[in-house]
Design a protein around this ligand. Structure first.
Ligand code: MOS
Length: 778
């Protein structure tokens, strides 16, 4: 096929660095910069640089949203439903409105429907107040009178599936279905509280199982994991007659701007969203949220800025969570390990909403001609779930990777050897090889082989995540007359370090140090930067940052070319000088070239191009798996068979993210993914009281999250995996690093004690019950 005349051929580095690099030809627009060599040939990209605001963060000097104080600012508090299911007959706000200091009161659970509004879970917002102090706002909440008619409720997923269970939604209020954990499959059937199934299918599983020599089959369950961002959800809304400014801890400034414009019927040009430092999001801060709407409406009514931040209890009940799931997996194989069929059935609950699927790893991670998945959402009267670090794939991986290990045992094949046979990805093959060597896989003994009361074991698990990209993502790069440089984008740094990576990207192009680049982000006044979810930030904004830097450099080179009496194409950057390539004595300092500019500032804007090899779908099928993000993790555990306590001693995480931009920051991200996965495996559990519907542990004392005492040694190894897909070839790391940890730990526990732990969290009580030491009480 003839290529369009506007494209040109460029040759990019390609392959896995530790295996051996080659090249790949791509047809790209002449607007794209020249290919970037592998990290080994670069000055700045691929090296570890500290975060510019790292010191300010640990000394408390940075400004989080809760630190923002505007003149005349009010404080909002939210009255929340004490009942898991009720009709709100009436809300009397008069006494609260008369309270001194109160400036606005707002019914939230209001309805034009004469049957009254319903609240569907404990913690659902009912009303809100803005006052001139937090105590005044809280005092006013106590004066709000709400008349409820309690309705029957259900907070247990299995009970909710019963034909005679109380209905959470009526047919017309149920949210459309996307039970796969990803937006898809609207218009699924609703039966009682069950939405689905969402069917995914290839080949014929019945035929596949008939061809199998061995079948592994088991059920797995996972519990709700709440978002425990260190920084709570927070917003300061400033509604003025000339426009709305919102300071918000958000994963998506540009997206919140769109939501606000639509919600409050404002032109986009009158809405500004700003975020400075952030203490995590993990999927729970991706959109405006009910608390965001409340704060803006209160500001509009009070004609004053309003600050609203959630208390930890509100975070636990109403700030999103990873849905609980149940899944049944069945995998068939021939004697040599060749897979013949995989079937998956799942039920999950995201409380009053949808999105409780177990993802696509069962469908896409391994080569298997026959697959059938049937996933369901079950509604219960509990706070809504939302995306959380590798939604779907993390609970899905817990079941899949244990079932693969079980299959390996039935086939009497080492779990790594089996994966070498059934996993088409050359990237994960290399990751298994490196990780096995690092953990010392040859030490792995038969299940339960240790003789003492403390038994050790080794386990492995792996994962797949999409190399996601957002093309609606732009950067501007400016050079000032004094040689200073700015990079601007509305993209937000949610704690993952995109600030540093943007500085590195621009510095590499301009031959400067990262600390010479001023990074201005987290503000919709700058070019739209795309969201920080789906592990897509680096993949989306570093290519346009490099492209914009390259384009503005061409403008500077035009000035330098005049001074040096050379052609633009002869010029290169070298040690903060612009140099004639073949005659390096002819040079002009970067700063001196800037001084010659006609205007005080030159600038270029670029947006994310499509991937050079054609744009990729968000989640791949198995044939594309090798182009996506992998990750293999090994765990070493010690199980005390007297106490049931599992201690994770070591995790080796081998991950890939295309071109690694900043190894230290990547390591930090992988540490986070592993710790969150360890915490999910052993501790975290939202416990709802069946009698009252109340969460009994809405705090960080009884809701246990892994801390320093539980932190294992974590070895992080990151592959350089070049694919020639963009101006930087960089991809995400946050979510892929979270998926394999829990199943690697569970597989290690099996190797230690010879018993499969199929339900999360793997508590001492469950371990002792599994060992037959004590009966398990539910
Ligand atoms: Mo993530 S769950 O896409 O922030």
């Amino acid at each position: 096929m003839a290529k369009p005349p506007s494209l040109r051929t460029q040759t990019y580095p390609s392959g896995i660095a530790s295996v051996g690099l080659g090249t790949i030809a791509r047809q790209v627009s002449p607007e794209e910069p020249p290919p970037l060599p592998p990290n080994g040939e670069l000055a700045v990209i691929g090296k570890s640089f500290p975060r510019p605001n790292g010191r300010a963060k640990v000394t408390g000097a940075v400004r989080f949203t809760v630190d923002i104080a505007l003149p005349g600012m009010l404080f909002a508090r939210v009255l929340r439903s004490p009942l898991p299911h009720a009709v709100v007959r009436s809300i009397d706000l008069e006494a609260a409105a008369r309270q001194p200091g109160v400036r606005a009161v707002l019914p939230v659970a209001n309805s034009k429907d004469p049957r009254g509004a319903r609240v569907l879970y404990i913690g659902a917002p009912v009303a809100a107040v803005a006052a001139n102090s937090i105590p005044a706002a809280e005092a006013a909440l106590h004066l709000i009178r709400v008349d409820y008619d309690a309705l029957p409720f259900v907070v247990d997923m299995n009970r909710a599936r019963d034909a005679n269970a109380p209905l959470v939604h009526s047919l017309d209020t149920a949210p459309p279905g996307h039970p796969s954990g990803f937006p898809a499959a609207a218009n699924l059937p609703l039966n009682g509280n069950v939405r689905g199934p969402a069917i995914a299918k290839r080949g014929d599983v019945a035929q596949g199982f008939a061809q199998a020599d061995v079948i592994a089959e088991a059920d797995y369950s996972t519990e709700v994991q709440t978002h425990c961002c260190l920084e709570p959800h927070a917003i300061v809304a400033d509604w003025r007659s000339d426009g709305l400014t919102v300071y918000m801890s958000t994963q998506f400034t540009a997206g919140v701007r769109h939501e606000l414009a639509e919600e409050f019927n404002l032109p986009l040009s009158k809405v500004r969203v700003v975020v400075d430092a952030m203490g995590g999001g993990f999927g729970s801060k991706s959109s405006l949220g009910n608390y965001g709407r409340i704060a803006v409406e209160l500001s509009r009514q009070a004609k004053a800025p309003v600050k609203l931040f959630l208390e930890r209890e509100e975070e636990q009940m109403d700030a999103g969570n990873r849905p609980g799931t149940w899944q049944r997996l069945r995998i068939g194989a021939k004697r040599d390990g060749t897979l013949t069929a995989i079937s998956l059935e799942s039920y999950g609950t995201a409380g009053v909403t949808v999105g409780a699927g177990v993802g696509n790893n069962a469908e896409a991670l391994y080569a298997c001609p026959n697959f059938q998945g049937a996933q369901h959402d079950v509604f219960i009267n509990a706070g809504p779930g939302c995306a959380m670090r590798a939604p779907g794939n993390t609970p899905g991986g817990f079941g899949l990777e244990q079932t693969i290990d079980e299959l390996a045992e039935k086939l009497a094949i080492d779990p790594l050897v089996l994966r070498d046979r059934i996993d088409p990805s050359p990237v994960r093959r290399e990751e298994r090889r490196i990780g096995a060597e690092r953990i010392g896989w040859q030490r792995r003994h038969a299940p339960g082989a240790d003789s003492g009361s403390v038994k050790r074991g080794l386990g492995v698990a792996q994962s797949l995540w999409g190399a996601n990209v957002q093309t609606n993502a732009s950067c501007e790069v400016r050079i000032m007359r004094d040689g200073s440089v700015e990079v601007l984008s509305s993209v937000q740094d949610i704690g993952t370090g995109i600030t540093t990576v943007l500085a590195q990207t621009v510095a590499e192009v301009l031959g400067l140090r990262p600390d010479q680049i001023t990074v201005r982000i987290g503000d919709t006044e700058y070019p739209p930067g795309g969201p920080s979810y789906g592990s897509r930030t680096t993949a989306s904004v570093t290519p346009p940052a490099r492209t914009a830097a390259w384009r503005v450099q061409q403008q500077l080179f035009a000035e330098a070319a005049l001074a040096l009496n050379a052609g633009i194409e002869q010029l290169v950057m070298r040690d903060r000088n612009i140099v004639v390539r073949d005659d390096p004595a002819r040079r002009i300092a970067f700063r001196d070239a800037a001084t010659r500019l006609r205007t005080d500032r030159i600038s270029a804007v670029a947006s994310r191009s499509d991937d050079y090899a054609g744009f990729r779908r968000r989640m791949p099928d198995a044939a594309l798996a090798q182009q996506d993000l992998g990750g293999v993790q090994f765990a070493e555990v010690a199980v005390d068979t007297e106490t049931g306590i599992v201690r994770v001693e070591r995790v080796v995480a081998v991950q890939d993210c295309g071109r690694p931009m900043n190894p230290r920051q990547i390591e930090s991200q992988v540490h986070g993914g592993v710790l969150m996965g360890l915490s999910y495996a052993l501790f975290e559990n939202r416990i709802l009281d069946q009698a009252t519907g109340r969460m009994v542990n809405p705090n960080l004392e009884q809701y246990k999250v892994a801390g320093p005492r539980e932190t294992p040694q974590i070895d992080v190894i990151v592959l350089e995996n070049y694919q020639g897909q963009s101006a930087t070839d960089a991809y995400g790391i946050a979510e892929p690093a979270n998926i394999a940890t829990a199943p690697a730990i569970a597989n290690a526990i099996y190797n230690a004690i010879g018993i499969r732990m199929r339900a999360l969290p793997i508590t001492p009580a469950k371990v002792l019950a599994a060992l037959g030491r004590v009966p398990l009480r539910s």
